[in-house]
Ligand binder design. Structure first.
Ligand code: 4LI
Ligand code: NI
Length: 187
């Protein structure tokens, strides 16, 4: 089981490396890693499990955050309404790639957090508001998906991790909440 102990924090050089593509078919070990990463996210969102194991909640995790420099990410974004728990997206993505994106940018009103960053970094993180993404699943099937708003932002945050980029790299240093007029601010 993955816990916070397994997650490396800012300052660790692996977080600044460009991670390596996986060769298909992926190994049994890589498949298990992907499953464990997705399970971590689910656990982190479960109040009882999160409290028991001291997990901080996340909706995305990239293998480099576990000091594994591979292009593997997991995302688990819960549905908005409570009760019926159909996630918006729940996936392990092998070699994810943004093949096109909107001109329009978007950012989260409350800024972004990261499991590898143990401090609050205030500011808007401008990203593409819509993306078209390809990735392989754990069985080697190719997927092509269009995402917008929050899910698109989460994917871009995770793809940044496999390229050695941290969310605060995108924040305007002098004016953290200054963004272009055409950037959509979403809550
Ligand atoms: C508990 C149970 C307020 C502050 C609002 C919490 C289940 C911030 C937002 C969660 C913020 C769940 C999140 C991300 C932000 C803030 C990530 C709470 C977990 C909201 C996810 C990767 C950025 C993703 C919206 C500094 C660990 N996640 N909130 N950003 N949630 N969560 N990011 N921003 N301000 N980070 O953090 O997983 S993209 Cl689901
Ligand atoms: Ni992160």
């Amino acid at each position: 089981m993955i816990t916070m102990e397994d997650i490396i924090r800012e300052g660790h050089p692996t977080l600044r490396m460009v991670a390596k593509e996986l060769t298909l078919p992926i190994s049994e070990e890589e498949k298990q890693l992907g499953k464990d990463m997705l399970q971590f996210l689910k656990n982190s969102q479960d109040p009882e499990i999160a409290e028991k194991y001291n997990l901080r909640a996340g909706v995305g995790l990239a293998a480099p955050q576990l000091d594994i420099s591979k292009r593997l990410v997991a995302v688990h974004i819960p549905g908005i309404e409570e009760g019926i728990d159909e996630p918006i997206i729940s996936a392990v993505m092998v070699n994810p790639k943004i093949i096109s994106h909107s001109v329009q940018s978007a950012c989260l009103t409350e800024g972004e957090g990261c499991l590898s960053v143990d401090r609050e970094v205030p500011g808007y993180v401008p990203r593409h508001s819509r993306i078209t993404l390809t990735y392989f699943d754990l069985e080697g099937e190719l997927h092509k998906t269009r995402l917008k708003n929050y899910p698109a932002i989460v994917i871009q945050h995770e793809i940044d991790h496999i390229n050695g980029i941290m969310f605060y790299d995108h924040i305007n240093k002098e004016h953290p909440f200054k963004i272009d007029d055409d950037v959509k601010v979403i809550s």
